[in-house]
Design a protein around this ligand. Structure first.
Ligand code: OGA
Ligand code: FE
Length: 282
């Protein structure tokens, strides 16, 4: 692969935002709908924005979970084969739990699922085994769905105590196989988000239940960042929820995959894994 000799400080990204339904109804997405076109299984539309995305290569330490909502770190994983889910659960989960504890200071970390994404140009994202990068600005949880996750994944007798202290949902995202120059993950600095105005709770219809995520409406205040050519030795923690609503702490990170015009023409297609973590503090 061509080695880029010069790191761009900014790139121009085409970022896709959510546009709410015109009739004021609650947005929904039916994840099981047959995807025939743009309108299948949903009552909302999309809008592209051409925006500057800052490349944090060389400035990885300038962002943190509590100020910006996300954190870059370098820590190679011992587990490197991601084709068998049972192995990922047995080997990659435990080392990631320890890593997340070390990076956050949390006392208990529980993985509640993982997603492997491989970009396949010209195919639509069809089903749980064929996930692709997500080209839409979003936040994985709302406060309601974050708390529902604790009830779903932890013993009922532990829940009151766990929820009485600080609790977060954090994704641990890393490239697999090769550096992710292709369709990297852009992250929106929390301090540039207007929580009340930009974030719209939206229903995710699963076959057996409803989940809820935040869709994100465009605001020209948004400041976007990414780490160009993230390697499998690197990872980003993406905060999706934080119970510490003190008016200062970053509560979440809107994020999206985007096509990077500075991607070397022969870069391999992006492959990545994200773990979803319940993160508890004493
Ligand atoms: C995530 C996510 C999308 C992608 O990790 O929560 O939205 O393209 N990932 O990797
Ligand atoms: Fe996400």
């Amino acid at each position: 692969m061509t080695i880029a000799t010069k790191e761009p400080a900014f790139v121009t990204g085409k970022l896709v935002y959510f546009v709410p339904p015109a009739d004021g109804s609650k947005p929904y997405t039916d994840i099981n709908a047959d995807i025939k076109d743009e309108t299948s299984g949903k009552n909302w539309t999309r809008q592209e924005h051409i925006l500057e995305v800052e490349n944090l290569r060389g400035k990885e330490d300038s962002v943190s979970l509590d100020v910006n909502g996300f954190l870059y770190a370098k820590s190679p994983a011992a587990h490197r084969a991601f084709n068998v889910d049972a192995d990922v659960e047995k080997e990659y989960y435990p080392e990631s739990i320890e890593l997340a504890k070390k990076l956050t200071g949390a006392s208990r970390v529980v993985v509640f699922d993982h997603t492997i994404r491989r970009r396949r140009p010209d195919q639509i994202d069809n089903g749980p085994t064929k996930r692709q990068p997500v080209p839409l600005v979003h936040v994985d949880q709302t406060p309601e769905s974050a708390i529902a996750r604790v009830h779903r994944h932890l013993p009922a007798e532990d829940v009151p105590k766990l929820l009485s202290k600080r609790f977060q949902i954090i994704n641990l995202w890393r490239p697999i196989g090769h550096p992710a120059y292709d369709w990297p993950l852009g992250l929106c600095d929390y301090s540039s988000i207007d929580y009340k105005k930009d974030l719209i709770p939206s229903t995710l219809k699963y076959p057996d239940r409803d989940g809820e995520t935040f869709s994100v409406a465009f605001n020209e205040t948004h400041r976007w960042k990414y780490l160009r050519g993230m390697t499998p030795e690197e990872l980003v923690l993406i905060k999706c929820y934080d119970s510490q609503e003190d008016g200062k702490t970053a509560l979440l990170t809107a994020h999206t995959a985007f096509p990077d015009p500075s991607t070397p023409h022969d870069a391999p297609l992006r492959e990545s894994i994200e773990l979803r973590l319940l993160v508890f503090y004493d």
